[in-house]
Design a protein around this ligand. Structure first.
Ligand code: MN
Length: 238
């Protein structure tokens, strides 16, 4: 048996090729799989369960089929942090907290989206703090739909233009933040996404940090079993 991790699919109506690749993944890769973890940024942007786009509802149906065979867990990303109970229920996903500790085939592991580890990006961390306040979420949820759609479009374009200006190192995780989290959760291994830099990093003391890949030009999954851990590329259109 194996456990699969994916993240940073950034699904949107503009990219039917990615949606199709994910549907194919659900269809063909879940044999012998005991759990599927989606580590955030499943969607490029999410403005509320009540205004989910048709393609997203189709995906929900496909995820639900998978969820009938194994648990499908979801950790919010910075793009889809507003996915709520309604969409989770519709897609059969179990919503997990931001940081989760689990025993993965005998190895204590911590899993998260990863944006909280990019501590050098001060403006983003300030925004993140603001965004996570309960009243911000409440206020946002009570805005008219047209307003929320407008805000989402603005967030998306602003994040695209500002990311181009940020230096390479600022956009990656901070090594200190990684070690601190491994320490505070008393875990040996960390699995996250967000940086779009798939890799299996060996750290000191036999610890490791594994980064799942994004789905921009190909699909990507992390496959963990009792005696193997592997990042696998899934070419589009196959
Ligand atoms: Mn992200």
């Amino acid at each position: 048996m194996r456990t699969l991790f994916v993240g940073d699919l950034h699904l949107s109506a503009d990219r039917p090729d990615i949606t199709q690749a994910f549907l194919t993944f659900l269809d063909t890769q879940l044999a012998d799989t005991e759990a599927l973890y989606i580590l955030g940024d499943l969607f490029e942007v999410w403005v509320g369960d009540d205004i989910a786009e048709p393609f997203a509802n189709q995906l929900a149906d496909a995820i639900k089929l998978a969820a009938q065979k194994m648990p499908v867990y979801f950790i919010h990303g910075n793009r889809d942090f507003l996915i709520g109970g309604t969409f989770a229920k519709r897609s059969g996903m179990t919503l997990l907290p931001e940081v989760v500790v689990l025993n993965l085939y005998g190895i204590d592991s911590v899993i998260l989206h990863g944006d909280s580890l990019c501590t050098l990006d001060k403006p983003y961390q300030r925004f993140r703090k603001f965004r996570n306040m309960a009243w911000t979420k409440w206020l946002y949820a009570h805005l008219p739909k047209s307003k929320r759609l407008g805000i989402a479009a603005k967030i998306r374009s602003r994040s695209q233009s500002s990311n181009q200006q940020k230096s390479y190192s600022i956009m990656d995780v901070e090594p200190d933040a990684v070690l601190e989290l491994l320490d505070s959760t008393q875990t040996q291994q960390m699995i996250h996404g967000h940086t779009h830099r798939p890799a299996i990093h060996s750290l000191t003391n036999g610890k490791r940090r594994i980064v799942v890949g994004d789905w921009y030009e190909q699909g990507s999954m992390l496959c963990v079993s009792q005696d193997n851990i592997e990042l696998i590329e899934l070419p589009f259109g196959k």
